[in-house]
Ligand binder design. Structure first.
Ligand SMILES: N[C@@H](Cc1ccccc1)C(=O)O
Length: 507
């Protein structure tokens, strides 16, 4: 029987009694693994060998993991230090314990895992320790140690470790998990017979060379057939992140609806973020997002006349029978700088004429930009997210215009079941929250907040007509479009790369 050279080599190296991996075969034949794989599939098609597949998982300790394997996990060190400081009996001061544990820059890591594992608690600078735990039996430390010991020696040792502990180690970046598909080949009875009857290399040519073309030899040779089903090494190019792609699509959509883009500082004064929005300086709403305050000099660049009009709106209200808040308002607070908790700061800048001069109705503006809030992390909240801000300035706008705009916008993304719920914002009246249905769970998800700006906001800015406005969450839009149920899968450092790689982008 005549076969291409690589197939002859693979057939001869294969055994009827012992399954050999592609890697082994590659070593024995001196052929590249992908050549062996290709030949093996052809031989399998011809019934001469059998190919079997097994999935293997292996774990490798990262550099950070090695460091902790040697010095101990930060939280375990903290626990030992807390125990010896007497924290099992009564709360003791954090400062000393952290010093004793010699945590270097791993303090945050130590604290987060300390609480997670129930070693104890930390409250107003004091630490407690649960005396019932054994620092020597920390499941993650044990798993890490056994991986370090097994390193290179015996891959099966991985299988002994506690699965949850391994998952945690992977999450923490202390261990890397690699899944591989291993193929092995065995000779079939037909293969054995063929070998006994004798196989020899067919004189086929697997590539066309310039020389063959020049000499005309290509006319006479027989080419090896391509196996288009053979596995090829997987290559993954970089691509634009799905969140970014969706942001671009949102921008295109809004531009298509006649909007222009706004742009402005991430760190902005309370004035633009809150005061212009008629948020009283002593109102809880002011801190309801727990904005990140920055320790930087006060913002100078605020127009005096605008500052005075906003102050007076707060103190006296606007119009004939206007009512102010009758609560303190100081320039010092107004000039303080925060990371913006919403991009409505940009809307204020543009509506006031501060950015591109005074505007005449009708006007439409938007931004798709990052905002920052000191929220508690959970499946729908992060410390930062992208807000789709927008507003329309025109005479005689109604709530119907607002809803119609949302319907038109979300329809472009396949979302047609919007629901509106009356809401309260200090700066809009009426106000509405928007909801959509999660495609997988059927749950109603809040996707945005909106309303018609109040007179107390518009008059000081010098706007005489109506303005309807909104802030929508880009990540929530993504959740509805793609069915993601955890925002951390698509945003931030914990994002699930496989999920991102395998998500087909919708257009
Ligand atoms: N600033 C609001 C959104 C909003 C913008 C403009 C008008 C009304 C609401 C938020 O972040 O939730």
């Amino acid at each position: 029987m005549q076969l291409p050279e690589s197939q002859v080599a693979v057939l001869e190296a294969a055994s009827a009694t012992e399954a050999k991996t592609i890697e082994q075969m590659s070593e024995e034949t001196g052929l590249k693994p992908e050549t062996v794989t290709g030949a093996a599939f052809d031989l399998e098609d011809a019934g001469l060998i059998a190919v079997s597949t097994t999935e293997t998982v292996s774990y490798d300790v990262t550099d950070e993991g090695e460091t902790y394997a040697e010095a101990g996990l930060p939280e375990v060190r903290l626990y030992r230090a807390a125990l010896s400081a007497g924290a099992a009996d009564a709360p003791v001061s954090m400062g000393a314990v952290i010093g004793d544990a010699d945590l270097g820059d791993a303090v945050d890591i130590a604290l987060a895992n300390y609480a997670r594992k129930g070693y104890g608690g930390v409250d107003s600078g004091e630490i407690t320790a649960d005396p019932a735990l054994d620092p020597g039996a920390d499941a993650e430390a044990v798993a890490l140690e056994s991986l370090v010991e097994a390193d290179g020696a015996d891959a099966d040792a991985d299988a002994d470790a506690d699965d949850d502990a391994l998952d945690q180690l992977v999450r923490r970046g202390l261990v890397e998990r690699t899944e591989r598909t291993v193929r092995s080949v065995t000779l079939t009875d037909e293969g054995v017979t063929a070998l006994m009857e004798g196989v020899e290399p067919a004189e086929t040519v697997d590539r066309l060379t310039p020389e063959m073309l020049a000499s005309g030899e290509w006319r006479d040779v027989e080419f090896t057939a391509y196996n288009v089903e053979a596995d090829a090494p997987e290559t993954r190019g970089g691509k634009v992140h799905i969140l970014r792609q969706t942001a671009e699509r949102v921008k295109d959509t809004l531009v298509g609806m006649g909007f222009r883009e706004m742009d402005g500082p991430h760190a902005d004064s309370e004035f633009w973020i809150n005061d212009c929005l008629f948020m009283p300086q002593d109102h809880p709403a002011r801190t309801h997002w727990d904005q990140f305050a920055l320790d930087v000099p006060p913002m100078e660049d605020i127009p005096d006349d605008l500052l005075n009009r906003v102050r007076s709106a707060h103190l006296e209200g606007v119009g004939e029978d206007g009512q102010g808040y009758h609560s303190p308002w100081t320039e010092e607070v107004a000039r303080g700088v925060d990371l913006r908790g919403h991009t409505t700061s940009l809307s204020m800048r543009y509506l006031s004429g501060h950015e591109i001069g005074e505007l005449e109705p009708p006007e439409r503006f938007f931004s798709v930009e990052k905002v920052y809030r000191n929220d508690t992390l959970d499946p729908t909240h992060l410390l930062e997210f992208f807000q789709i801000e927008g507003w329309v300035m025109a005479d005689d706008l109604s709530v119907r215009d607002l809803m119609g705009t949302f319907e038109e916008f979300y329809e472009q993304f396949g979302i047609t079941d919007l629901q509106f719920k009356p809401h309260y914002n200090p700066y809009t009246e009426p106000s509405f929250e928007l909801f959509g249905t999660h495609p997988e769970t059927g749950e109603l998800i809040e996707i945005g907040n909106s309303g018609m700006f109040r007179e107390e906001v518009l008059r000081p800015l010098g706007v005489e007509c109506d303005v309807m406005a909104w802030g929508l969450a880009l990540e929530r839009l993504l959740m509805l479009m793609y069915g993601f149920d955890d925002i951390r899968d698509v945003h931030g450092t914990l994002c699930d790369l496989d999920l991102l790689r395998n998500t087909e982008v919708l257009h």
